[in-house]
Ligand binder design. Sequence first.
Ligand code: ZN
Length: 342
Amino acid sequence: MDLLKTLSELPGAPGREERVREFIDARVQGHADEISTDALGNLICRKRARKDVKDPKKVMIACHMDEIAFYVRQIDDKGFIRIHNLGGFDTRTLFARRVRIQTRDGRELFGNLNPSGRPIHLATEEERKKIPKIGEFFVDTGLTAEELKGRVRPGDPVTLVQEFYEMGDLVTGKCLDNRVACWLGVRLLEQLGESDYDIYVVFTVQEEIGIRGATTSSYAINPDIGIAVDTTLAVDVPGVPFEDQVVALGGGTAIKILDSYSVSDKGLVDTFIELAEKHEIPHQFEILPLGGTDAAALQRARGGSRAITLSVPTRYIHTVTETVHKRDLQATLDLLRKYLEA
Ligand SMILES: [Zn+2]
């Protein structure tokens, strides 16, 4: 799990995925026939089909590198930094968090994130009930406005800090949405045997703010088949009835039927189910009422492609305690390999 730990702890705000990209780029050298980065920052790794296959079909696998994060918006005269969010945060999970600011000189600055207002000891009854809006949060770096001048400026990315660790068969950390897919993409390139398909593993950018990287890269590649790898909601926790759990942690890879952005290709759903049954790979079905993945862009690329999402069940999504089961991670990798090598 060292690879996933490194991926989880790297910062990668939407539009500023370079640290994640550089790490993956170095890691996959020698494991792809062509590696390139496009204008938006998508890392495109191509593995050609077996030589004797005529006109191989193109399969694009999308693994987004970005994480929900912030950019510095303004600095007040006391040195408190106001931020702008990229991606959907539940502000109740943002109290008393440690954050990292990537400054333009390449150095990092750490600080504390908190909402403005009075602490509980002084808060009125009304104030205690209030859930703060994202715009009310600020970062305290311990430095004065004067000391911050020339070091931090608007647009510097701010990401949450959290150590990755193992808990039994589970692993937990920040942005496992979607570094589990980055892990899987790297492992796939390292382990994949010969295939009848021309395979493009694309580490995409800016998924969390509207699947932007997948939109341009799938247009350029124009795949016949598109597979997004992402996380999905495992809400199998206290306080949530069975009918709302979406998927179960440890229940295997989740074959997506639909979410609010795409309906998976029926042929692909059937094929993945058959493969999972044949090879006894733990799997479950996913119907997600709200949300989407890079599959939505894959499906709509140019004249369209047959697309699906394979999801890794994840508890506490969009918090720094995102948690997945090692078995589900392995099942997702196994199923994808069986499909590509079949
Ligand atoms: Zn995601």
